[in-house]
Write a protein that binds this ligand. Structure first.
Ligand SMILES: Cc1ncc(COP(=O)(O)O)c(C=O)c1O
Length: 375
């Protein structure tokens, strides 16, 4: 499927494409917060009060109380001492690696980690080795071999391409005792896992000074930007060492106000997160009935592939004909070149999930192909 020319996305579950209203199962708007009126109101108020952008780095004249307040709120929510904002989730990994590289020369990266993690580690000058996907023993073996050079183990918390969850507690145990860090990219765990969506680290009950969290504000939180969170001493190093932070313009202040409002809603109530989990369980049941692969329980990302391109195109076209957007992703460098990535969010109704199931069922019966996990 080529890039989708979306005309508008009026609700978290509706996309208008080429004049047609489609029931949408794409994107990572897990809680529907990108469409939340209270978030929009905070962005509008922030726009009037602070302008579109700071027009300068925070280390010159581009700092605002809004940025500082958001950092304090993110740190508390993620269960960390301190946090620093980044322009995006991608940049958060660069910032963290720029701060880590002087003392840690070796990056051990999950073989299916997001591209930004590997890019960040090699751009920071670390020597990069892959460990087997989700395999803490493989990470431990490499960590023991390279312990003298200082080691960072880097992993996604939730893998969007296959719905897998990283074994964080085991990866922590794999770290050498000296000069070592576990970097968790929580882009798909933040707002999804843990109590109130506080993320994979709080969710796993981990409170460890060797953990650094990076995440985006553009998925579950429905806004834009990112953050690096960890111990105060480490975050100070990020501020001092990460030129990608020091020499660039921060998240626009109105968007930071929107992110503060979104976080406030999450702190107030876990109802959106619980609804997301109910919907993920419902779609799991539907996928199970259709013989399609399922992610770990609680994960809202459902991926699969068919043997042949023509079969996948036939399936995508069949579902689209039924008025549903279930994206077939062309993703060189992903787990396989093409795969379906279906994402359920908190705003979907049970009837909409059943409608997707019926459309997949009808379209699959025409292709006579066995679905397999992506990757
Ligand atoms: C695991 C992971 N890390 C980092 C990023 C980059 O985040 P952002 O889109 O905010 O730059 C993404 C987004 O696709 C992601 O899925």
């Amino acid at each position: 499927m080529p890039r989708i020319p979306v005309e508008s996305w009026p609700t978290p579950t509706t996309a208008i494409v080429e004049g047609r209203e489609l029931l949408a199962f794409g994107g990572c708007n897990y809680l529907g917060l990108a469409h939340e009126p209270r978030v929009h109101a905070a962005i509008s108020a922030g726009l009037c009060r602070l302008g579109v952008t700071t027009t300068a780095s925070r280390e010159t004249t581009g700092n605002t109380l809004t940025h500082e307040a958001l950092e304090a709120e993110l740190a508390a929510f993620l269960g960390q001492e301190s946090a620093i904002l980044s322009a995006e989730g991608y940049t958060a990994n660069f910032m963290a690696c720029q701060a880590l590289a002087p003392e840690r020369g070796i990056a051990l990266v999950d073989a299916r980690a997001h591209r930004s993690i590997r890019n960040a580690a090699s751009a920071a000058g670390m020597q990069v080795f892959d460990f087997e996907h989700l395999n803490a023993d493989s990470a431990r073996w490499l960590a023991a071999r390279h312990a003298q050079a200082g080691v960072v183990v880097l992993t996604d918390s939730v893998f969007a391409a296959d719905g897998g969850i990283a074994p964080l507690a085991e990866l922590l145990k794999a770290l050498p005792s000296h000069r070592s860090t576990l970097l968790v990219d929580d882009c798909h765990g933040f707002c999804v896992l843990g109590p109130h969506g506080r993320g994979s680290v709080v969710g796993a009950g981990i409170d460890d000074p060797r953990v650094v969290i990076t995440t985006t504000l553009a998925k579950g939180l429905g806004c834009y930007g990112g953050t690096v969170a960890g111990r105060g001493e480490f975050v100070r190093k990020v501020r001092e060492r990460a030129w990608v932070y020091r020499s660039s313009t921060p998240v626009p202040p109105p968007i930071a106000e929107g992110a503060r409002a979104a976080l406030g809603l999450l702190r107030e109530s876990d109802s959106m997160v619980m609804k997301l989990r109910t919907n993920a369980a419902h779609l799991r049941e539907v996928f199970g009935r259709l013989g399609l692969p399922q992610p770990a329980p609680g994960i809202p990302i459902f991926t699969f592939a068919l043997d042949k391109d023509e079969q996948m195109e036939h399936l995508a076209a069949g579902v689209l004909k039924a008025g549903i957007l279930a994206p077939l992703i062309d993703y060189p460098g992903g787990p396989c070149p093409r795969y379906f990535r279906v994402v359920v969010n908190a705003a979907h109704t049970p009837a909409q999930i059943d409608r997707l199931g019926a459309a997949l069922d009808a379209a699959l019966s025409g292709v006579e192909a066995k679905a397999r996990a992506a990757g």
